[in-house]
Design a protein around this ligand. Sequence first.
Ligand code: CAA
Length: 381
Amino acid sequence: MSSFFGLSPEQESLREIAHKFAADKIRPVAAGLDEASRFPAELINEAHSLGLINLTLPIELGGSGLSMFDACLVIEEIAWGCSGFATSMVANDLALTPIRIGGTEEQKRRFIEPIVTGGALASFCLTEPGAGSDAGGLQTTVEDDGNSWVINGSKQWITNAGYASQYTVFATIDRAKKHKGICCIAVPRSTPGITVGHHENKMGQRCSDTCSVTFDGVKVPKDYMIGAPGEGFKIAMQTLDASRPMTAGIAVGIARAACEHAVSYAKDRKQFGSPISSFQAIQFMLADMATAIESSRLLTMRSAWLLDQGKPASLESSMAKRMSADTAMSVATDAVQIYGGYGYTKDYPVEKLMRDAKLLQIYEGTSQIQRIVIARELLRA
Ligand code: CAA
């Protein structure tokens, strides 16, 4: 464990491995994957062989067993390479964390270990066409038919759904009970009745695979339910608390990439006979960008560190996610501004970063939802 303001030699070397992978493998193909909206299955496999996927899952189940702090170090580097790739990379942590939190030891062995050791993918299926921010209002049902659980309903915006071999599904056993009726169920992709929609044609993070998933009379054995009936909502919220620092880390990676590009361009680009970096208007923009990035990283690492100490971190995770997502958006937008007309074209990298950043303000709880969580925590205290 590092001190908060310095990294150990092991952490430096972990960060270097992630940076090298991002610089050598991801960056060279990122624009092409974006243009083609193509999922980089082969790169995901390479990341798996380097231990850069399943970052926070326990070593005894085949994961990398990193602390959240170390996982955030890694993910910032990967997102610096391409945030769509980073989103696909952490989706397994998101999908399997509910089982780590709520599953029995036997369920962890059955539903986490084969995915992680086999280099397979899993998806977290909470959001629905009519239930995004209002996760407690989900409509997918799970019924007891005596021998099995039977799932009916549709999930929307599911990361890696087209490539996943297992889904962690949140469904209600009694809609009238609202969040108290929500259950969490592990569902193998091979179960009859599952239909996966097309790879969504998104504005940004276009290489990450995002699809709908429909469950039509999908039957699974009784012991595929994670936790007791009705515990699913809390499991989902605890999972999001644990995952938001990594999402914040993705945002920091985007912002850092945008700021680096902007600094370098500002030194090269000449107007009025001087590099534009000599103008205070540009210097102030760069100074604000760098300050916002540093603040976002500190919040991110602080929330990760709290989780690593086993301390409550809903407030800090939401602060980190809110601040970092909004920073990614503003820094990428300012980077485009510094590039001027060139920044508005696909010939320069900041255009992609601006499109990619927008998703950070939307997925894993919008910036507005993070404010709700923060305000509730403040008012409760
Ligand atoms: N930990 C444990 N329990 C929690 C909790 C937490 N962090 N947050 C809430 N709960 C509990 C509450 O204590 C309450 O329990 P009791 O009934 O026992 O009192 C219960 O859950 C209901 O809580 P709320 O009344 O606060 O619930 P709400 O309906 O008002 O919703 C919300 C709260 C924060 C808005 C929640 O719905 C939410 O987080 N919405 C956003 C959903 C989201 O982030 N979706 C992202 C999907 S994943 C994704 O995008 C990833 C991807 O694939 C890219």
